[in-house]
Ligand binder design. Structure first.
Ligand code: ADP
Length: 169
């Protein structure tokens, strides 16, 4: 007997450190596909993040505010366990490059081994955001406030820009 989970509820998991226009695009597209979308911010105690979990939660809450079927939460531990705890049946992820596909494929196999009833669904990055990563953003921001400021709006939701620049003052 197959265990029934909510097939209409997906959880988009990631670090969002910081949130980018690429993440926002996946959230908006995911919200059109699934009846309910939870954005899960993974908190990894072994990594020192640029933004605290509270900051990331607040920024994500601001950008999902117009989307009535989306909520945001932080979680500790394995993503797949968080998805199960929310009675969702889909992990949503985005892929940009062949390198992403390779690592995401391995991750999805591990997640399926842990929770066979939870499927990973991938959305291909939109062409205009496919070069954006949180790592790139942190590198641009580190170039210095003035040099970075003019570029960042091409990559980031407005709500992220000032808090990011203040980190590198
Ligand atoms: P993680 O550390 O879990 O990879 P990220 O916040 O870097 O967390 O990414 C979360 C998810 O969003 C991943 O599936 C990643 O491939 C995807 N992603 C990141 N940037 C983009 C982008 N520009 N377009 C589409 N998907 C993206």
């Amino acid at each position: 007997m197959v265990e029934r989970l909510n097939p209409c509820h997906a959880v988009y998991v990631g670090s969002f450190d910081p949130l980018t226009l690429g993440h926002q695009d996946i959230i908006y597209r995911g919200a059109r596909i699934f009846a309910h979308l939870t954005v899960g911010i993974g908190i990894n105690p072994d990594k020192k993040p640029l933004f605290s979990s509270e900051d990331r939660l607040q920024m994500l809450q601001e950008i999902v505010e117009p989307l009535t079927n989306v909520k945001v939460e932080c979680f500790h531990g394995l993503a797949v366990k968080f998805v199960k705890s929310r009675e969702a049946s889909v992990i949503l992820r985005g892929v940009r490059t062949l390198t992403d596909i390779e690592s995401e494929f391995t991750l999805s196999l591990s997640n399926r081994a842990l929770e066979p009833n939870i499927e990973t669904v991938f959305l291909m990055a939109s062409e205009k955001y496919s070069h954006i990563s949180s790592t790139l953003i942190r590198q641009i921001a580190a170039m210095g406030r003035d040099a970075a400021a003019e570029h960042l709006k091409e990559f980031l939701p407005a709500v992220v820009i000032a808090p990011l620049l203040s980190k590198y003052r």
